[in-house]
Design a protein around this ligand. Structure first.
Ligand code: 0CJ
Ligand code: F3S
Length: 320
């Protein structure tokens, strides 16, 4: 230990699964229980390496596209959602599907359909290539234009600048999105807002909490996988909020001892797709390095719950 001061960890709350991740993971578990292995899953059910590996060990098979799923199999669609074309493809192949799309992503799909039906061009703020954005854009491919942050604002072309609305990916940085929207309104003064926030409650709550700990911590550790948009955003938000350094780690083994040198206060948080046991592993490693005082920060309580996908409430075997 290099520091003589007391070493403490500020743990951000809320942590653990958000309601959409909990539902999606449970959907795969329930399908395995009800129908037995293998259960196919299109894309990673959520963007967490540990979750995917654990489900694989239990008999889930992860594929990139539905064409890789055998005709008589069951396939689960991931929490990030799919475009209508994927549903059509699956139906054409006679697959039995369980849609684990987070209901808050489905809400954005519905907003996209409604704006498109009203003849609006839709500026979808999000990260190019992210599955959620691909799914949402598929609801109205001719109408939806991706705006990937501030850099995308000046490039976007619309049919009628008077008839434009914006939507967003659910897991973006709230502050960055506000900046992008302000810039879009500079270009399109009549830009219509979504009826309610598209950035979901879990993403927003975790950003509020990480700002709180980043003000007091020299180092912020975010547990999450590197393809997890909401987890990566927490690293950026922590640095913007004043942490000297912030790192994303999949689990405790990724922590480098050099990061802890001269540090008295570590902030710890996790993405919405991260099981709490991984955070517990990081706490144990930090304790072994003298960070044995643990304080929970933030008073946000999360009590959102979603019912399991409706397909799990009937017997899919009946469809064979
Ligand atoms: O888009 C979602 C439905 C969020 C799912 C939870 O997080 P994660 O890490 O699987 O996905 P993101 O890359 O979207 O944050
Ligand atoms: Fe849904 Fe937000 Fe979680 S969109 S899956 S509640 S991160």
């Amino acid at each position: 230990m290099t520091s003589m001061n007391r070493r403490r960890v500020l743990v951000a709350k809320p942590r653990g699964y958000c309601a959409g991740v909990d539902r999606a993971v449970q959907a795969v578990e329930k399908a395995l229980e009800q129908y037995g292995a293998p259960i196919y899953v299109r894309k990673q059910i959520v963007h967490n390496t540990h979750v995917v590996q654990t489900l694989e060990e239990r008999g889930a098979i992860f594929v990139e596209e539905t064409e890789q799923v055998p005709e008589d199999a069951i396939v689960v669609f991931s929490a990030h959602g799919v475009s209508p074309a994927v549903h059509v493809e699956a139906a054409q192949r006679g697959l039995r599907t369980i849609d684990a799309t987070c209901p808050l992503v489905t809400k954005v799909h519905n907003e996209a359909k409604r704006f498109a039906a009203q003849d609006y061009d839709i500026l979808l703020i999000g990260h190019e290539g992210h599955e959620e954005v691909e799914g949402t854009a598929g609801e109205a491919p001719d109408r939806i234009h991706l705006v990937d942050g501030l850099a995308g604002v000046n490039q976007v072309q619309v049919k009628d600048p008077e008839r434009v609305a914006w939507l967003s990916q659910t897991t973006l940085s709230v502050d960055e999105t506000n900046e992008t929207v302000a810039a879009l309104k500079g270009r399109f003064p009549n830009l219509l807002d979504p009826p309610s926030d598209d950035i979901c409650y879990a993403t927003q709550n975790r950003q509020v909490a990480v700002k709180e700990i980043a003000k007091q911590a020299q180092l912020v550790i975010v547990v999450g996988s590197d393809n997890s948009s909401n987890s990566v955003r927490l690293v950026e938000v922590a640095v913007d909020a004043g942490a000297d350094a912030a790192y994303l780690v999949d689990n405790a083994s990724f922590i480098q001892e050099a990061w802890l040198e001269g540090v008295d206060t570590v902030g710890l948080t996790s993405g919405a797709s991260v099981p709490d046991e991984l955070v517990a592993g990081v706490l144990a490693k930090l304790a072994a390095h003298g960070f044995d005082e643990v304080e929970e920060v933030s008073s946000i309580e999360e009590n959102v719950r979603f019912a399991l996908p409706h397909e799990l409430r009937r017997d899919l075997r009946a469809a064979i």
